[in-house]
Design a protein around this ligand. Sequence first.
Ligand code: OXD
Ligand code: MN
Length: 601
Amino acid sequence: MPRSDENDIPRGISEWIDSVAKITWPDNIVWCDGSESQYRSLIDRMVADGTLIELNSEKYPGCYLHRSNPNDVARSEQATYICAKNSEDVGPTNNWMPYKEGRRKLLKLFEGCMTGRTMYVIPYLLGPKGSPYSQVGVELTDSPYVAASMQIMTKVGKVALERFKDGCFVKGLHSMGQLGPSNRYICHFPDDNLIMSLNSNYGGNALLSKKCHALRLASVMARNEGWLAEHMLVIGVEDPDGNMTYLTGAFPSASGKTNLAMLKPPESMKGWNVWAVSDDIAWIHLDSEGRFRAINPESGLFAVAPNSNMKTNPRIIGAVKKNTIFTNVALQADKTPWWEGMGEHPRVLWDWQGKVWRAGRSSGNAAHPNSRFTTSIQQYPFLSPEYNNPYGVPISAIIFGGRRSDLIPLVYESFSWEHGVLIGAMLRAETTAAAAGEIGILRNDPMAMKPFCGYHIADYFKHWLSFRSKSKKLPKIFQINAFRMGRDGKFLWPGYGYNLAILRWIIDRCRGKGDAVETPIGHLPTPEALDLTGTGVADSTIRELLSVDREGWINELESSFRFFQSLGSKFPEELRQEATKFENRLRLSSVAKTKATLTAN
Ligand code: OXD
Ligand code: MN
C-alpha cells in the first residue's frame, strides 16, 4: 500500500486502493497531495513524453496544449451506463447495465490494464472546505492528464482527507486503457458509490468528479436525502444599490452557460454586475428557513473554447492566459492557442490534430468544436465573494434555457412551482458538440439533466415536485431563450451582455415588480418592462421575441406528451395534470386573444 505524506489514510481508502492495485497491476502508485510541486512534476513528465505541448511562456505562462485521440473528444453518451439492480431504477433516458453484469464485465476489462503505468491516487473534496454539503471522492487513474486536471477542477489532498469522517466516499476508477472506442465504458454503480471508466481520457468521461460524481451519483444521493444535484450555473446579480440576487440556470451542454455565468454588463447598464458562483453544477439544499441554497462543488472551469472572444465572454479571455490546460485547440506559429471565433483566422496554423492548416487549402475547423480550457475558478476575476460560503447562496429564481431557434420566447415566468417543473420537464434543446453524435438535433433534455440524472427521470420529476410541500419560500421558475431566429436565419436578440436585460426582469419579478402579461404559457414581460437601451432591437422584433405561437405550443406539448408517455407508469400524475391544465389554457385561448393580450400592453 502506498504511503502519502498524510499519516492517517483512512482504512476504507487504503483497502480500496489495495484491492484495485491487485486487479489493475500498476508498476507503481503515486499519492496526489494537491501540491504545486507535484502538479509541476506531472506537467514536466507530460511535456517530456509529448502528452502536453508547452505554450508561449511569455504570452501564456503556465499554459499547455493537450491533443486527444481523435475518437475521444466529447462525452460518450452511448458508452455511459447506470449499473443498478433493476432497469426500472434507471429508466428509459439512461443506458442500463444490470449491476452484477456491470461489476463482472468491468472488473474483467480492468484486469492488468495499468501494467507498465503509474496509478495516481487522487483524494478530492467537492464543495467549500468546512461545508456540511461537501463530499469526498477518491479517483484512481493511470492518466497523468487526469491527475493534473483533477488538481484544477477539485480540492486535492489533505483538505479532502480531513473531511473524510464517516467512512463515506465516492470511489472512482479510471484507466485510459487503449483509448479506443471499443470497450469504452463509463459505468456508475449508485448502490456502491462507485464509478468505473475505461478507454477515454475526455474530461466529461474521465474527470470522474464532474459529471459522474457531482451529477449522476450525487443526483441519486440528493433524491435519497432530500436535496438537488443540478446541471446549473449559479450567479449573483448586483444592482446599482449593491443588492445581490442569486439565480441558478439549467442549460444543456455548450448552450452558453459559461458565457451567462460570466456576463459582463453592457455600457448601457452602469452600476450592475454579475458574480459567478458556478458555471456548470449546483448542489442545492433547503436551509432551516426553507430557502434553496446553492454551492458549487467544483473548483475549476472545464469550458468550451470556440467562440469565446471579447464580445461573447470578455471576462474569461484574460483569465485563461495563465496556468491553463487547453485541449484540442489549434496552435499558432508563436505557440499561442487559437480557436474559431477568437478573431481573424491565421493563414497557417496547426489544427487540433497537429496537422498543418492553410487558408484556402484546408477545410473544416482548425480547433475542435468541443475544444476546452481547464482553469482554476480562482483565476476568474469576478468570482463571487460567496463562492466559499459553506452554506451556499440563497436562490431567488431558477432559469431553464437552451438553444431554440423558434417558439420559446425571450423570457417568461411560470405560474407556480408545479408549472415550473413542467417547463423544466418539457425542455428540448438542439444537441451540441459536447457529446459525440449529430449536432443541431432537437432532443428532450429535461432540466438539462438528460445525460446526467443517475436514476429514472420520472422519479426525478417526482423529487422536484416534492419540494412544494417542504417549503413556502421556493424560488420562482422562468424559461429564457436568447437563440430565437427570424425568418432570415439571424438571431433576433443580441445576447451576451444584453442578456442582463432578461435577468433584470427576472429579478424585478422576484421583488414583486416588473410588468407582465398573462398568456397561456406563463407571464411574459411587456416590451416596456425590459431595458432595451443599446440593444438596437426594433419594436417589431421585441414583439416577435415576446410572441406566443399558440399552434406551435400545442405541437410542442404534443411532443412532450409523447416523451412523457415514453417514460412509462412512473410519470407523476401531478405533472400529467399540470400538462393537461397547460393544454386547456392553450386550447381555450385563441391566437387572436393571445396576440391582443400581448399588444394591448
Ligand atoms: C460539460 C458538459 O462539459 O455539459 O459541462 O458536457
Ligand atoms: Mn455541463
